[in-house]
Design a protein around this ligand. Structure first.
Ligand SMILES: NC(=O)c1ccc[n+]([C@@H]2O[C@H](COP(=O)([O-])OP(=O)(O)OC[C@H]3O[C@@H](n4cnc5c(N)ncnc54)[C@H](O)[C@@H]3O)[C@@H](O)[C@H]2O)c1
Length: 371
């Protein structure tokens, strides 16, 4: 479905450079015609793709080398949509060139790389990094968050988040999914792990099982593609994350992404890509809330195959924070915590034991220390 999304006021003009033109195209389409946020340059190693996208969206500059894009003074923000394994290199180069960074999930591929990103941000205090956790910025999840912040759900006792999706198309179409360094735990479960942390706070310990599904095996996938994860939060509360990518997907019962938060005053379950939530507040009948009016905004570009609406939402939010001198979330420290949970899950899968999550010391934002 092609259409027009919403643009909201930022308060300042910013030039944006996009590197990686797979998902990156969603942001380019979504921001097309934006009064304040302009895509000034694009970069991809695929020259024919650069030419095509440059022409399609009237972009002033296109190149195949990130270094060329980074020399441009009309770029304030670099939006990174390259394969997971390349994020660290592209973040490092963008910071060194004096650009703010908006990096898609997963921020990076290991805790060691996340530590390097923290060091980079400490060395460039004038620059901001935001992690593009798109699921936080999808309509039903935003309604859920507002209900939570208004106190409608009460104190949360339990939460669960899942990302369930038949990934055979991905294994077959993305050569980098089969390359060393790619881990579907990070690529896939970064969504539900970020979402559950957003509600339940810091994670103390995880215990996880994982394996490769028969469908993943048949598709020639090398890593694990099925993850069942239990989490204990520092508050003592518990939660659950499911990542399941080798299956015939029953969409009616399993949305791609689902977040359920269970509180003292209500339960709120949000979904992707369905534009609806299931809500039960104390003393009120259960209801399904639908947001059909958001259809064009979220699915304006190649249907549900890109995330134009969420990407526009988070880029506007990031730019607004830059304009107002505020810190955009999830920032590098929040991003680090998600990577630390994923790394602990990886350890638990390997060892078969519960694993404590490596902590960022409270004073880290000033000192850069780790526990
Ligand atoms: N919901 C989301 O936020 C969301 C959804 C899907 C993918 N992603 C993330 O986006 C990233 C890209 O995924 P994708 O599905 O678009 O993959 P993709 O393979 O479709 O696109 C990646 C693009 O990067 C280009 N590229 C590779 N190396 C490059 C380099 N050194 N310099 C410049 N360009 C280079 C490739 O040619 C390709 O066009 C991944 O990190 C993925 O996890 C995020």
């Amino acid at each position: 479905m092609e259409g027009h999304g919403r643009h909201t006021k930022v308060g300042k003009k910013f030039g944006i450079g996009v590197v990686g033109l797979g998902e990156g195209k969603g942001l380019i389409k979504g921001l097309y015609g934006h009064p304040e946020l302009t895509i000034q340059a694009i970069c991809d190693v695929d020259d024919s793709l650069v030419r095509k996208v440059k022409q399609q969206f009237d972009i002033p500059f296109g190149c195949c080398e990130l270094d060329s894009l980074l020399t441009r003074e009309d770029i304030d923000i670099v939006a990174i949509y390259t394969p997971d394994q390349l994020h660290i290199d592209h973040i490092r180069k963008s910071f060194q060139a004096g650009k703010h960074v908006l990096c898609t999930k997963p921020l990076v591929n290991s805790l060691e790389e996340a530590e390097e990103v923290i060091t980079l941000t400490r060395n460039h205090p004038d620059l901001q990094l935001m992690v593009g956790q798109s699921s936080r910025f999808f309509g039903p999840m935003q309604h859920q968050r507002r209900a939570f912040e208004r106190g409608k759900i009460g104190e949360l006792g339990y939460a669960e988040a899942s990302y369930v999706h038949d990934m055979r198309w991905f294994y077959g179409n993305r050569s980098w999914a089969k390359e060393g360094g790619f881990d579907l735990l990070f690529g896939g479960c970064s969504h539900p792990v970020d979402l559950i942390r957003w509600y339940m706070g810091d994670v103390e310990e995880v215990f996880a099982y994982a394996n490769r599904s028969l469908i993943g095996e048949e598709a020639g996938f090398q890593g694990n593609d099925t993850f069942v994860i239990s989490l204990k939060f520092e508050s003592g509360k518990i939660g659950r994350v499911l990542g399941c990518y080798g299956l015939e997907h029953p969409h009616h019962t399993k949305p791609w992404i689902e977040v359920g938060v269970y509180g003292t005053k209500g339960t709120f379950i949000s979904k992707y890509p369905q534009l609806e939530s299931i809500i039960k507040y104390e003393g009120e009948p259960e209801k399904i809330e639908s947001y059909f009016e958001d259809n064009y905004h979220y699915f304006q570009f190649e249907g549900i195959n890109h995330h134009a609406g969420e990407f526009v939402n988070y880029t506007e939010y990031f730019a607004r924070c830059l304009a107002d001198g505020e810190q955009a979330m999830p920032d590098v420290y929040d991003g680090y915590k998600t990577i630390a949970v994923l790394e602990a899950i990886r350890d638990s899968i390997e060892t078969g034991y519960p694993v404590k999550v490596k902590k960022l010391m409270p004073e880290t934002s000033k000192s850069g220390g780790y526990e």
